[in-house]
Design a protein around this ligand. Structure first.
Ligand code: ZN
Length: 272
């Protein structure tokens, strides 16, 4: 293992252990006040930071993209590393003007930060993060926990803000992400990602195809755009595989199942 990564892993482990003593937030309850088809128009437009989003030391401690060694995971217990958090002021600062547009659409109190683990392309445990709508936070945590326990490969899970909320850059890096206040590519219509209700999984291996123009996003996903049933790549999502079954089980619709009338096949996209 790379020495620096090992040191960072132990620093992370120490921080997490301290947090176990100081505070553990339980998963958020389902949002009974939200409408069935929440759109930015029906959400709160004020942009003050509610009390629930006050600064906590714990959120600042988590760092995504770190490879953990098996001993660290054994000592910490993976259960303690999957958490749902409110968006604190540190996170708000990180996403404002990028994936989150203050004063527009969804109020930050409707978003949740997920800290989790995933198995990376080298088969090693890596720290990950995701911001989503609070309505699906618990379900997503369950889905990603099951994927982790099943050694399902997800190459990278960092906030799209690390790519300045540029979806093309995030996709090109094969980054799995959720919330991003943006429009549907090529339209002026807000995406389900704008409300944190859609997730893109391993986008390079599950590209979005425009059925009319034939264009593929990300471009690096072109080899995986067609003949998908014959491809056995572990990050490629197929109808009926574990990833597809899990999201369907929790009520998500898959972009690979969209009818031709939509004009696109978006194999990375699960939305509710
Ligand atoms: Zn998507």
């Amino acid at each position: 293992m790379d020495c620096m990564i090992e040191i960072r892993s132990w620093l992370l482990a120490l921080g997490v252990m301290l947090l176990q003593v100081s505070c553990c937030r339980t998963p958020a309850a389902a949002d009974s006040t939200a409408t069935a088809d929440e759109s930015p128009a029906d959400t709160c437009l004020t942009d003050t930071v509610p009390p629930a989003c006050s600064v906590t030391a714990e959120a600042a401690t988590w760092q995504a993209g770190i490879v953990l060694d098996p001993l660290t995971i054994q000592k910490l217990n993976a259960d303690s590393l999957f958490k749902i958090r409110a968006i604190d002021s540190t996170l708000l600062q990180r996403i404002s003007g990028r994936s989150y547009q203050p004063g527009l659409g969804l109020h930050v109190s409707r978003l949740r930060y997920l800290q989790l683990l995933h198995i990376n392309a080298e088969g090693r445990t890596q720290t990950g993060e995701l911001i989503c709508n609070r309505r699906i936070a618990s379900d997503l945590l369950q889905i990603f926990r099951t994927l982790y326990d099943s050694a399902y490969v997800i190459e990278r899970m960092v906030l799209v803000d690390d790519y300045e909320a540029d979806d093309l850059r995030s996709m090109a890096a094969n980054n799995t992400s959720c919330f991003n206040y943006r429009t549907v590519s090529g339209t002026g219509r807000l995406s389900r990602h704008a409300t944190g209700m859609a997730v893109d999984i391993n986008p390079r291996y599950n590209p979005c195809i425009d059925l009319r123009s034939g264009s593929v996003q990300p471009a690096a996903g072109a080899p995986y755009a067609h003949d998908r049933d014959t491809c056995t790549h572990p990050m490629l999502i197929r109808r009926g595989d574990l990833c597809h079954r899990l999201f369907r089980q929790y009520g998500f619709r898959w972009g690979g199942d969209w009818p031709a009338s939509v004009g696109k096949r978006d194999y990375q996209h699960f939305a509710r």
